[in-house]
Write a protein that binds this ligand. Sequence first.
Ligand code: MF3
Ligand code: CO
Length: 253
Amino acid sequence: MAVSIKSGREIELMRESCKRLEYVHNKLGEIIKPGISTYEINRIGDRLIREQEGIPNFLNYEGYPASICVSVNDEVVHGIPKKERLLEEGDIVSLDAGLIYKGYHSDAARTYTVGRVSPEVGQLVEITRQSFFEGIKYAREGCHLYDISNAIADFIEGYGYGIVEDLVGHGIGTKLHEDPQIPNFRQKKKGIMLKAGMTLAIEPMINLGTAAVEWLEDDWTVVTEDGLPSAHYENTILITKGDPEILTLGNWD
Ligand code: MF3
Ligand code: CO
């Protein structure tokens, strides 16, 4: 396993790519409301990425047919946008988006509530987001990779949610998926030592019910086996000599 260490110049390009993706996500967050189709969300997202001089990295990735993954309720990730799929009050929707800017990839996901949702579903969304921040407490030079995984797992287990094991986070840079893989569930080993200059996409996928997932006939959409909702939250981060930098959050002014 070869984990790339980005140079100063590469880090600047990662920052720029990620900042542009943050802008796309912020704009997409504003259009989430009952009645919008998942197709329209993708259409607007694709346009925003291109306006930012980005190339949508998900489009045609291993045949994936859209620029934004739009996953509703029991859809965990990789939902395919559809004209006939309209968001309804009480739904939750996960938007996963990425772009390439000057050869460097960014990747981030947010889960939104549509109108008012039940308290238990609202909590799932919020705890999934918080688990990312629990994890990155260990995203520091000198920590081990699986310190991140175990911190996410510890936090989520306290709520009894199911942690998806079939999909994981990943290194990112000149490719969307680089080494290492970053599980969100408990690990017995320590994993590699983290070093300044690593860029990682950390992305807990958390189910209200059990961890079990399955793939739909479209070969993309991952759904929960029990049909209960699932939430996803992801940022691209940079390991530094000090606190981690969250490259896809808080940098758009
Ligand atoms: N955030 C997802 C991932 O890291 C995005 C990939 S979706 C695909 O795997 F369409 F590109 F496959
Ligand atoms: Co990712």
